[in-house]
Structure formats: C-alpha cells, structure tokens
Design a protein around this ligand. Structure first.
Ligand code: ADP
Ligand code: MG
Length: 549
C-alpha cells in the first residue's frame, strides 16, 4: 500500500460533540473527503466504537456527562489503534497536558477551528493510522517469516519443509492459496508438489500439473533467470498454454510466482494467489515471497544433501554386508573344497578297494575321510548358527559377567593344563548384573579365552575380568580377556574378525571364532576393542551398554 493516492474514505472518522449544530457543520465540511460518523455524547461514541472500525476520533472536550478527555481515555482502551484528537475551546492546560502525556490523545485542535487547518490535521491523522497499521502488519509478517526461516532451516525432511512453508503462506501470511512446484533439471519441467488449502478444488485440479520448458519457454526462462511473475487473470490469453491452463484452474485474479533458487540451479517455484477473493496479490508481496523462496531453497538443499548422505551410508553398509558375504562364501567354498577332495579321492578308490583287505586304506584313509565329513558338518552347522543371527529364543536377562568368567575358567581347565597356561579371574572384577543374552556372552568369553590360551606358550597367563565403567554417564559392562601370548601383528589386526582368517593349523582353527564374537556383540549394541603388542600379549575388551533390567 502506498501512502500517496490512497482512499481516505476507507478510514472512518468519528466526531463527538454535544451540540447538534457543530456536528452538522463538521459533516458538511468533511463528508466529501472523509467517511464521517457522528455521536452526541461520549457514551454514544463508545457504542459506535464497539460496533464499527474507526480510524480517527475527534471529540469536543466540554460535554455534559463524560468529558472529552474521559471519553478519549476510554476509547483508547477499547480501540488502542485509533488516532484521537481533542477539540477544546479554552486553554484547560492541565487536563490537556495530562491527556497528551498519558497518551490518550494524539493532538488537540482549538476551537473555533478553520476548515483548511483541520482538513490537514485529519489527513495527517488518517495517514498516521494507516502507516501504523501497515507497520504492525509488516512486523507480524516479519515475525512469521523469521519463525518460518528458523523452523524450515532445521527441517531435514523435504515433505515437512513444503508443508510448513505452504501453511505459513496460507495461514499467518494470509494468502488464499499457495503452491510449491519442484523443478526437474533432467526434464526441464516444473511439477506441482503440493497446493494448499489441501483438498480444495484447485488442489484437486492441479495435482500432478507439469509445466515443461518445451511448452512454456518464456515462463520457464523467466524462472531460470530468477524473475518473479505476476499472472493476472485479465491477461490470460497472453500466457503460454500450460501456464494458461494452470491459472484457469486456480481461478484467482492474480497468481504471483517466484522461483526457488538453488546454489546454481532452479529448485522450483512458490506461487500464491487470491483464489477465494481476497485482495489480489501483486508486486507489493513480491519481496516477501522472494525472501521466503530463498529460505525454502536453502532448506530443500539441506534436505537433499541429508538424503544423499543417508543413501550413501546405506550403500556403504550394503557394500559392507555384501563384502562380508562374499568373503564368507569364498572362504566357505575353500574350506569345504579341501575336505571334499580327500573324500572324493577316498570314495573313487573305495570301489576298487571293495574286495581288498587294504589295512591302510580301510584304516587311516577311512578315518581321514570320516573326519573330513565331520569337519564339513561342523562348518555347515557353524554357518547355520551365524545365519540365524540372534536366535528367537535368545532372551536377554540380568546376568553376572563375573559368573560367566568363573564358568569359562572351569570349562577351559583341561585345555589350559595341556598347554601349561594359567587361566585366572582378575580379583578386581565386579559382581554386578547386566542385561544380556547369557549363552551368547558366555560363548564370546569362551572363544576369546580359547584364542588367548592358543596364543600363549607354556608358562603364560590368561586373565578374565568383569568390570562396570561409567565414563560419560553411559555405563558400560565390560568383559576383558588378557593374555601374555604372542600378540597379533599390526597388519593382521584388521583381519582377525574376517571369516576364515586364521593363523592356525586347519585342525586347530576355523577362523570363524572372532567373527561370531563380533556378530554377537554387535547384536548387543556393544563393541570389541583389541590392543596387542607382538611378543607381549593381547587384550580383548567386550563393551556392552549396561542396563540393569
Ligand atoms: P581361529 O581361532 O579359528 O583361528 P578366530 O577368529 O578365533 O579364529 O581368530 C582369528 C585369528 O586371530 C587367530 O587365528 C589368531 O591369529 C588371531 N588371534 C585371535 N585371538 C588372539 C590372541 N589372543 N592372541 C593372538 N592372536 C589372536
Ligand atoms: Mg578362535
């Protein structure tokens, strides 16, 4: 709205005077330029204020009953935005001063007034009212835009970005309708993403609407150049066909379309319109819409970046899984192939040897073949357990990790004695209980302890510990297996969790133990840390998130 050439009659004046003659003169003098209401007393004035919007009040001071200053003070309470003017015939300096000081009047005019002077005063008052109102509207708008910018920039889901922006345009910012179109660079097409109010006739008719550069080169060209367009119903015939069809469906006096700029591309467009008959949208709302479009651009780009990140992470995870599967399959083929060769050889010879009493063949060859079959069966059952993952009946229960450690020490007694390795529980261990699947953690501790015994030469020591740690308030339950064995070469550390990675003889190791441990611990949302010094020993720490029940 411009302050020049506006219609003063849009802003009603109220004149209050107890003398009918004064009211008449006032009305006759000003009714050509202003929209004049009259009242013969403060009480009547308040009644009018109560029922009609009034921009400017002019009140006589000396009236029977409520005085002018009293009336204006009450008018201020009822309609604080009104501009209030007091007419006074004599200098009651004190009343006047007070009324001015406490803000109940805007200015005073002494009687008798001159029409020209009062005319100027009234114009100023109306302009003041209009400017204040516009300022308030702008501040409200600014508040909405700021709030929108804040939420939109924190929003990383594209759907919610468009939802918030459109509902702000259609809600607080007062546009009858608003739509978001997204631009596809590949197809050079703007496509309707969402239109509000949701589900109205326009939404239904424009769903899926597409404006391609081939059909609307001028319109898309303007968007690409970053130029907003005002599409007026009156110029309908001038528009390119797809644009004309769109504007026809919106059926508003005007549609304001603003491009949503990306870093170096067009991301889409925002459109607002007056489809339900509010004041037509136009150039004065362009800056507002462009500001919002810029925010939307940033938000869309953030959301897209986030989506890219999520996708690439998924891909890495998938590749990881495929990698593990691949390694597993290759390893498995290799592992099964070797024993199969011996079994195959044995079986092909068996036909010939059927009637022969070859002691070596039917003795040790036969044993080897049987052992190899067992080995394959063992492998297959291990793989089966792995594939099942966290078994259905694997229920987490409060478990003492110390008790598991004690149990493992007993279990490995024979192995330890055979290897002359001492296996002990760290006396500093703690007897707390934590929520986990007992059998699984038991298996982890057992695997780690057997590995530790294998790594030790005679005279070595393996120490098991159970501890509760609380580094940053996130308690961790820890099972530790420490040995004084040969340690792990640095280049191997990365590979020890790989399936079939083993440095042991085939009859000693499958290379699956640590992989299974890793799998179990990961299922518990925990981690396994390894610290090792070749020649000095190794420590495996299993850290589980601690939960008491
Ligand atoms: P396996 O025990 O069948 O070889 P694992 O997956 O249990 O398979 O272990 C893989 C490899 O990790 C072992 O062959 C060994 O080289 C290394 N390793 C595991 N634990 C230790 C340890 N405590 N000390 C030294 N090396 C170890
Ligand atoms: Mg092992």
């Amino acid at each position: 709205m411009s302050l020049f050439n506006f219609d003063f009659k849009q802003y009603p004046l109220l004149i209050v005077d107890d003398e009918r003659e004064n009211l008449r003169v006032f009305e006759l003098t000003f009714r050509r330029d202003f929209n004049v209401r009259t009242a013969m007393s403060g009480e009547e004035g308040l009644e009018i204020l109560n029922t009609e919007p009034i921009a400017v009040i002019i009140s006589d001071h000396k009236m029977p009953g409520m005085t002018g200053t009293e009336f204006l003070a009450r008018a201020r309470e009822m309609a604080p935005d009104t501009v209030r003017i007091l007419l006074t015939a004599y200098g009651d300096a004190e009343t006047l001063g007070q009324a001015i000081n406490d803000g109940s009047i805007y200015r005073f005019v002494s009687k008798p007034w001159s029409p020209d002077e009062l005319q100027v005063t009234l114009r100023r008052a109306v302009e003041h009212f209009a400017a204040e109102r516009e300022r308030d509207a702008l501040l409200r708008e600014l508040g909405t835009v700021n709030a929108l910018a804040r939420t939109v920039n924190q929003e990383l889901a594209p759907d919610r970005v468009s939802e918030q922006v459109l509902s702000a345009l259609n809600g607080d910012l007062g546009f009858d309708g608003a739509s978001l179109l997204l631009y596809s660079e590949a197809n050079q097409t703007l496509k309707m993403e969402r239109s509000v109010p949701l589900g109205d006739a326009v939404d239904a008719a424009t769903a899926g609407l597409e404006i391609a550069a081939s059909g609307a080169p001028a319109f898309i060209g303007a968007m690409l150049r970053g130029e907003s367009q005002i599409l007026e119903m009156g110029n309908l015939l001038e528009f390119e066909k797809p644009v004309r069809e769109w504007v026809t469906e919106v059926a508003a006096d005007s549609v304001l379309v603003t491009p949503i700029p990306g870093k170096d591309t067009l991301l889409g467009a925002l459109a607002v319109d007056n489809r339900s008959g509010s004041a037509p949208v136009g150039a004065s709302q362009r800056v507002l819409l462009e500001g919002i479009a810029a925010q939307v651009g940033v938000a869309i780009q953030n959301a897209r970046r986030m989506e890219d990140l999520r996708q690439s992470r998924l891909q890495v995870e998938r590749a990881d899984r495929l990698g593990t599967l691949g390694t597993l399959a290759a390893g498995l083929a290799h592992e099964i192939n070797n024993p199969l060769v011996s079994i195959h050889t044995f079986l092909s010879l068996a036909g010939e040897k059927r009637s022969e009493d070859d002691e070596e063949f039917w003795g040790s060859y036969y044993d080897v073949a049987r052992q190899e079959v067992d080995r394959i069966r063992e492998l297959v059952s291990t793989m089966g357990r792995l594939a099942n993952g966290s078994e259905q009946d694997a229920l987490a229960a409060p478990t003492s990790l110390l008790e598991i450690a004690n149990c493992v020490v007993t279990l490995v007694e024979r192995e330890a004695q055979a290897a002359s390795v001492e296996v002990v529980v760290d006396p500093a261990s703690e007897g707390f209980k934590t929520l986990c699947v007992r059998e699984q953690i038991h298996q982890v501790a057992l695997n780690l302890t057997l590995n530790a015994i294998h790594a030790c030469s005679a005279g070595g020591t393996v120490t098991l510990g159970a501890f509760l740690q609380d580094p940053e308030g996130q308690a961790r339950a820890i099972v530790e297996v420490r040995d004084t064995g040969e340690g792990i070469e640095e280049e191997d550390i990365e590979r020890i969790f790989d399936p079939f990675f083993t440095t042991k003889d085939p009859d000693q190791g499958t290379g699956l133990g640590l992989m299974i441990c890793h799998r179990i611990v990961t299922d518990h949302a925990g981690t396994i840390e390894v610290a090792s010094r070749p020649g000095e020993g190794t420590t495996f720490r299993v850290c589980l998130p601690h939960r008491e029940a």
